[in-house]
Design a protein around this ligand. Structure first.
Ligand code: NAD
Ligand code: IPM
Ligand code: MN
Length: 369
């Protein structure tokens, strides 16, 4: 049985709560003989700031670079509102993404049949939804320079962020989109705002040329990002793979989360380029949701996004697609049994805790779902 090295960074708020449930599923995979996981733990976010004065320490960055995959909970919270900008909890996550060059962020939005009524949209709009939002994760306005606030000296200040995309960044995320589509329903929707932004004009040109050159068998369409936001809530089933930049991807994936019933349902994978020599790639897996300060410590957070993120690790880092399918089946089965954390309560009459949901998923895994 292969042994894989995981670095677990639970972070803040509900991060540690959902991480505890994740560990039960990791342990199950060892017991079931699927694979053995060696787990190291580190600090990220506010809890790292409290301990080291920075949102991730150099030692934990080294562990992240050496791990086969990083499992990340969530960071942030009102406790750290006054922390200097560079040391704020979110900076730790952004550094991990940038320094590990995790440019491809896969955010699948799948609506389990049992949850079609938990969405704020009508059942027929979301039932059986299965789309993939592919977000560029290491470029654009998140990292472009200059990024600063300057004092204009006349009582006015100026806040500056810079949106930058180079050809190679658009090409490599485009390739991931087309490759994903070939294994799904063979359609890519590329999204930018070329009607306003030069980076959008280039994005559109590069994706169009790449498609023509290397992926003519895949259907490609372009949608302006504002219109795509509208289409996502009007008729989301028209999409297969949506590829877009860092900021639009951030917003559109939160919108897509509500199609599935709750932010607590959405897993994600952040992947680097495959190393030609080792065949391996750097990777970090995290729920799309944040630290949820409003419910932290209450034991009611939904652990499904975190557990689903481990499923993505099995699929994309360890080639264990069958085990990943097992996790999805187990999640589906507990939802079919009617188990609901409060965020996906819908019309249900009772709810379960974070721990009960985690235990039920492990029980379903034991039973072979
Ligand atoms: P959030 O995702 O933390 O919460 C938004 C809403 O969704 C809240 O009402 C919350 O209770 C609910 N929610 C989120 N996850 C849930 C779960 N697993 N189960 C049940 N309900 C859940 O977003 P926010 O409130 O805008 O941000 C809070 C903090 O988290 C901020 O500091 C933000 O920067 C940070 N954040 C971190 C990440 C991350 O670590 N990847 C992602 C988003 C936001
Ligand atoms: C996400 C989050 C992060 C982002 C924050 C916490 C930096 O919202 O992963 O979606 O904006 O990318
Ligand atoms: Mn976000």
């Amino acid at each position: 049985m292969a042994t894989h090295k995981l670095l677990l960074l639970p972070g803040d708020g509900i991060g540690p709560e959902v991480s505890t449930e994740l560990l039960k599923v990791v342990a199950f995979m060892g017991e079931a003989g699927v694979a053995q996981f060696e787990i190291e733990k580190g600090l990220v976010g506010g809890v790292a700031y409290d301990t080291h004065g920075q949102s991730i320490s150099e030692a934990d960055m080294t562990l992240a670079k050496e791990a086969d995959a990083v499992m990340f909970g969530a960071v942030g919270g009102p406790k750290w509102d006054a922390v200097p900008y560079d040391a704020r909890p979110e900076a730790g996550l952004l550094r991990l993404r940038k320094d590990l060059d995790l440019f491809a962020n896969l955010r699948p939005a799948i609506c389990y049949p049992a949850l079609a009524d938990a969405s704020s949209l009508k059942r027929e709009i979301v039932e059986d939804l299965d789309i993939m939002i592919l977000r560029e994760l290491t470029g654009g306005v998140y990292f472009g320079e200059p990024k600063q606030i300057i004092d204009l000296g006349n009582g006015q200040k100026r806040g500056i962020d810079t949106q930058i995309y180079d050809t190679f960044e658009i090409e490599r995320i485009g390739r991931v989109a087309f490759e994903l589509a070939r294994k799904r329903r063979n359609k890519v929707t590329s999204s930018e705002k070329r009607n306003v932004m030069k980076s959008g004009v280039l994005w559109n040109e590069v994706i169009t040329a790449l498609h023509k050159r290397e992926y003519p068998d895949v259907t490609l369409e372009h949608q302006l990002a504002d219109s795509l936001g509208m289409q996502l809530v009007r008729w989301p089933k028209q999409f297969d793979v949506i590829v877009t930049d860092n900021l639009f991807g951030d917003m559109l994936s939160d919108v897509a989360a509500m199609l599935t019933g709750s932010l607590g349902m959405l897993p994600s994978a952040s992947l680097g380029e495959v190393n030609a020599k080792t065949g391996k790639r750097k990777a970090l897996y995290e729920p799309v949701h944040g630290s949820a300060p409003d419910i932290a410590g209450k034991g009611v957070a939904n652990p499904i996004a975190m557990i689903g993120s481990f499923g993505m690790a099995l699929r994309y880092s360890f080639g264990l697609a069958d085990a990943a399918d097992m996790i999805e089946k187990a999640i589906s089965s507990v939802l079919d049994q009617g188990l609901r954390t409060p965020d996906i309560k819908g019309a249900a009459t009772s709810t379960v805790s974070t721990v009960e949901m985690g235990d039920a998923i492990v029980a379903a895994l034991r039973k072979g779902a």
